[in-house]
Design a protein around this ligand. Sequence first.
Ligand SMILES: [Zn+2]
Length: 268
Amino acid sequence: MTNSAWDRLSVPGLDDAGQSPLLEPDEPAPFELFNSRGTANALLVCDHASNRLPRRLGTLGLQPAQLQQHIAWDLGAAAVARGLAQALDASLILSGYSRLAIDVNRPLENPELIPRQSAGIPIPGNQRLNRTERYVRIATLFQSYHRAIARWLDLHHAPAPCMLSLHSFTPRLGGDWRPWDIGLCYGRDTRLVERLRPILQQEKSLVVGDNQPYAMKDIHDFTLPTHAETRGIPYIMIEISQDRLQTSAQIATWIERLSRACEWIADG
Ligand SMILES: [Zn+2]
């Protein structure tokens, strides 16, 4: 990954000591490596785990209630990801900051990388960023997260691991109702979806979406195309409806269901 565009960026405004002009010393790191000694032959990632904003960005001009909504993070995804990592004894890397500061699952050239609006809500603090402000967000949050993933994969290449990316989706988008309980999303590599789909479909009451709510695409997604597809690592993006992640009991059910469906991963 060392030759990729996101890794080559030099960032004006970052001092030589690597001190970030975006994060203060007492703020959490841009990523969290959870269960770092996990023995499963898999890496779990959670791109939209947090709704935290760097203190220096304030609220980006949004109301506190808006920062609790889907525009800021994938509600429930981090809890499922942590539970699944524990159940499988897998390592998990979670992004530490909100997609409103920068969306770590968008290519650098995608206009939604630092969104000016989301779901029709304008984001005042993202309207007129200069080049330095933009690069500081990329270097501090985006690059740190992706370097952590690349480093983990560099160290765990034999035998080839697989990657699972945990997300949640809002069941209503505009006027549309999205009927799936869970969506299995993928791009060119169908190895994991072919393994997981029949297992999940055995549960008759579960509505399993195939590449729903959307298919993975290079212009829209960054994490799995960059880290998994380029390395030939089997992967899947798992999207769970936020309607099904409302309570701790529902979250526990997903952890149990997914760990059963993925138990072959824990076996190595
Ligand atoms: Zn997401």
